[in-house]
Ligand binder design. Structure first.
Ligand SMILES: O=C(O)CCC(=O)C(=O)O
Ligand SMILES: [Fe+2]
Length: 328
């Protein structure tokens, strides 16, 4: 486990760790008050608007104003029997976007994408020409005991993420992209809440087959599941990992929501793997004038993208084949 970063540049030991293990974990790289609270504050407004909307449509019987953010989300999920994840997310589903698909691309989220402490680490890993890759999400996961389930399979909706490599969630164009993922919790992510879990050193074995029949996960018999390790994290912690590192998340067996951000960066000019979605220059040592600094422009980029996708959907970015013998 690595301590607090003292400068924008990783030590050789940290770089060696990333190269050897496929990840770097910082216990307290972000300042919970400065870096995280503004995001949380912004999402309170988003939840308020969703709740007003559902209340007006008579889909919920109360606005649950006396409850915490997490408990309100649990209540409305239970009452509507639906997952409202897309309402909060700063991403659009390329194949299923309509003119009014909700999303949230607000200024506090934009600031998080441009967080200097995050970019300092990313710069050490991939260099100073950094593109914010639009494969990015906020994850708000309600406890499984309160989650709606797929009526056919019984699977918990918006539950644990299956074992996968992030390289596998983009098109084949991303195979040669030096993409780094950054995962951090907005609220302490414990094992019970379903924190992330990783298989250290698994980034060396190349891209494995993922299966549409297994929620696009890697079949359990393709790797050493027993050696995976949970990565519980407190507010302020962050995990950086290689695009080929095998990871997933655990089920939320607690009574509280699990709340995290996952962001990705790649060198400017390389494919993002979802090139129909808008990324932006987050840092450029060579051409600092190309950096996007205007949160409103970022929001407009997503609005334009939504318009575009709703008239011209991208067939799919899924690259995996259910007929692969490994998926049987
Ligand atoms: O947060 C999760 O449950 C999964 C996140 C993930 O797969 C990622 O950040 O790449
Ligand atoms: Fe992932």
């Amino acid at each position: 486990m690595l301590g607090t970063m003292t400068s924008g540049t990783l030590t050789q030991e940290q770089l060696d760790h990333f190269e050897r293990e496929g990840y770097l974990f910082f216990e307290d790289i972000l300042d919970p008050v400065q870096d995280l609270d503004p995001i949380i504050e912004e999402y309170h407004g988003v939840l308020d608007r969703l709740i007003d909307d559902l209340f007006q449509k008579e889909e919920i019987s109360s606005k649950y104003e006396e409850l915490t953010f997490g408990d309100r989300l649990i209540k409305i999920t239970q009452e509507t029997g639906a997952i409202h994840a897309q309402y909060f997310d700063f991403h659009l589903p390329p194949a299923a976007t309509t003119p009014d698909t909700p999303f949230w691309a607000g200024p506090a989220v934009f600031n998080a994408l441009r967080n200097e402490k995050i970019l300092d680490v990313v710069e050490s890993l991939i260099g100073g020409e950094i593109y914010s890759n639009p494969i990015q999400h906020v994850r708000l996961k309600v406890p499984e005991q309160f989650s709606p389930r797929d009526p056919k399979t019984g699977a918990v909706l918006n539950g644990r993420a299956p074992w996968h490599q992030d390289n596998g969630v983009g098109t084949t164009a991303v195979d040669n992209t030096e993409m780094v993922t950054v995962w951090f919790p907005l609220d302490d992510a414990t094992v019970e809440k379903g924190c992330l879990a990783i298989l250290p050193r698994s980034h060396k074995q190349g891209l494995l087959v993922h299966c549409p029949t297994k929620a696009n996960g890697i079949p359990d018999d393709s790797f050493d599941v027993a050696s995976t390790v949970p990565m519980p994290m407190k507010r302020g912690g962050a995990l950086f990992f290689n695009r080929r590192l095998i990871h997933g998340s655990l089920p939320n067996v607690s009574g509280e929501i699990r709340w995290s951000f996952d962001l990705r960066y790649n060198p400017i000019g390389q494919s993002t793997g979802r090139d129909s979605l808008p990324g932006f220059v987050a840092r450029s040592r060579k051409n600092p004038e190309t950096v996007l600094t205007d949160p409103e422009e970022w929001n407009r980029m997503w609005l334009r993208c939504r318009e575009q996708l709703s008239v011209q959907p991208v067939p799919t970015y899924n690259r995996w084949n259910a007929d692969d013998p490994l998926c049987a």
